[in-house]
Design a protein around this ligand. Structure first.
Ligand code: KG4
Ligand code: ZN
Length: 364
């Protein structure tokens, strides 16, 4: 039991500027009181990806107003906040500096504690905010910068079971879209095109399928897509649809194998957990084909499949506020005002960094 906590969260690690106020009640249940996200999609789309300098400037311009708006929607004043939680990594350093410095300034001015939150911890704990999930559980994070299978054992206690050894899954979608001439961000465009395509037409590779480790690899798939497109020049609309459908099928099969192995390992290691659960997070979790694959996989292995609402799967500040609330309630110490932003910050510090993984490194 801990008293009710109201936490202000700030998120600026990539191309979303976000602020939120979250309540954690005496029983440990969470409620979002006010939540605002400003996407910078328009600023970046002309460049086909996130431009760090543009992102940092846009965060500076928007953040103060967003924080005021989140407090207003929550009906809470800064004096009524119990702590401030700001993402301090991993991500684009310019954006992190903006959010963390703002968090520090508010903490200094109000005398409230500051929690410097790992963005990945925000994603990892979201299912406890939305579904009150108990530890331990498995999380698959599939975004533009990360593809990781993480064992969530407790607040601050994570084991990375698998990660990509090259491209993140969202990155594979974005690169595939780009080389097919589809708009940015690529994921939704590829999914749309795939609806009218034949998933059997191309037998794209499924790297690492059958491998005993739980890692992922997507760069070979992207190369195969390029070769298929080149062999069909000039590529017709139906070809694009068929390539997209076949690309998604290869990914679905890869996830089925990799994540399926993870579910088996969880069952073997945690046989006493009655209701094992897999949580999915990250922008790629929006993909209906991949969601259906993961749902079917969980059904087959007797797992609950938890996909938080999309606005909480993608980057937001409610998850950062919630991670701060969890840390505070667990009695973990607040951070000093000298805590630095970190562009790289693995959740599982014991896990070895894999060469080439998260090259883009910025997005989570
Ligand atoms: O989590 P997110 O919003 O941002 C970060 O990466 O931080 O994820 C964005 C990624 C992009 O690579 C985008 O193409 C991908 O998620 N994505 C999708 C879909 N919607 C977004 N990928 C596949 N299918 C989708 N429907
Ligand atoms: Zn993220």
């Amino acid at each position: 039991m801990s008293p009710p906590l109201r936490i202000l969260g700030i998120e600026t690690s990539c191309d979303e500027t976000a602020a939120s106020v979250v309540l954690r009640d005496e029983e440990g249940a969470g409620r979002i009181l006010g939540d605002v996200v400003l996407s910078q999609l328009e600023e970046h789309s002309a460049y086909g990806g996130v431009v760090p300098e543009i992102a940092a400037r846009a965060h500076v311009e928007a953040l103060d107003t967003l924080i005021e708006e989140a407090l207003l929607r929550a009906g809470v004043t800064l004096e009524e906040i119990d702590a401030i939680a700001a993402t301090s990594g991993p991500g684009l350093i310019g954006g992190l500096i903006v959010g963390l410095m703002t968090g520090k300034a508010i903490a200094r001015a109000t005398g409230k504690p500051l929690y410097a939150v790992n963005h990945l911890e925000g994603h990892a704990l979201t299912a406890r905010l939305t579904d009150g999930l108990s530890f331990p559980y498995l999380m698959l994070l599939v975004s533009g910068g990360h593809t990781q299978l993480i064992l969530v054992k407790g607040v601050g206690d994570y084991e990375r079971w698998g990660t990509t050894i090259d491209d993140a899954l969202g990155e594979a979608f974005d690169k595939t879209a780009k080389l097919l001439g589809l708009p940015y961000p690529g994921g939704p465009a590829v999914e749309r095109a795939a609806r009218t395509g034949n998933p059997e037409r191309f037998d794209f590779p499924r790297p690492l399928v059958g491998d005993a480790r739980l890692d992922f690899s997507f760069s070979g798939l992207k190369t195969a897509v390029r070769q298929a497109a080149q062999s069909l020049e000039p590529v017709k609309e139906q070809d694009i649809a068929d390539i997209c459908a076949s690309f998604q099928r290869a990914i679905a099969r890869t996830l089925k194998d990799r994540v399926g192995r993870g579910l088996k390992r969880f069952k073997a290691d945690y046989a006493s957990v009655d209701q094992p659960a897999l949580v999915v997070a990250g922008g790629v979790a929006a993909n209906q084909t991949l969601r259906a694959t993961l749902q079917a996989l969980c059904d087959a292995h007797g797992f609950r499949f938890i996909a938080p609402p999309l606005e909480l799967c993608t980057d937001n500040a409610a998850m950062i506020a919630w991670a701060g609330a969890e840390r505070l309630a667990a009695g973990l110490p607040a951070d000093g005002l000298d805590v630095p932003p970190r562009s790289r910050w693995p959740l599982d510090t014991r896990a070895q960094a894999l060469i080439g993984s998260g090259k883009r490194g910025a997005k989570a």
